[in-house]
Design a protein around this ligand. Sequence first.
Ligand SMILES: [Zn+2]
Ligand SMILES: [Zn+2]
Length: 167
Amino acid sequence: MSNSSICISCRKPKAETDCGVCGEGICRKCRLFQPEGSFSYWSEPLAPELTHVNYCGGCFDAHVGPFKARYDELMDAARKINVFYKDSNSLFRIIRKSVRMLEVSEVTDRDDLVMRMAFMTAIAGYNSLVDVEISSKKVRNEGYQTQVWSGRGWSADIKSKETASFD
Ligand SMILES: [Zn+2]
Ligand SMILES: [Zn+2]
C-alpha cells in the first residue's frame, strides 16, 4: 500500500491512518493506539476525543493521557473498595452513605459486575459497598444457555478493619 501523505509527527511520507481527533495523517510508528473498550468501566458518556483508536502524539497527550491517568487511579481505588454483602455479619460502622442505591444489571461476569459497582463507588468517593445483593438469571443466547448477573447496593464510607473482598 503506497500512501504519500505526510505523518504529522515524523514528517515522513508514510502516514497510513488519520488521528481521530485532529484528522492529520499519522504513520504506523508514530501512531498511538488506544484499544476500543479501554475505558469500559466509565459509566458516563465519554468525551468524543476519548472514543478514537488512533491518535497522534499531541492529541494523545492532550486528551487521552490525562484521562487515562485518572481512570487508572479510579481502577486502583475500585480494587480497594470493601464489599459487604447483605447477609454479611461483619461489623462496621457507616459514616456516610450514598443517597441513591447503586444498581448494575445484566452483566455476563459476576466479578465484572462487582468491579463495575466498585468503580462507580470510587468515582463517587466512597470506600465501601454495603448491603450488596447479587442475583443471576439464565438467558438463552443463540442456543446456548448462559447467565447474566445483576447487583445492587449502597456506596458508603465505613469504619472497619476489614480488608477488601469480592466474595
Ligand atoms: Zn510518523
Ligand atoms: Zn491528532
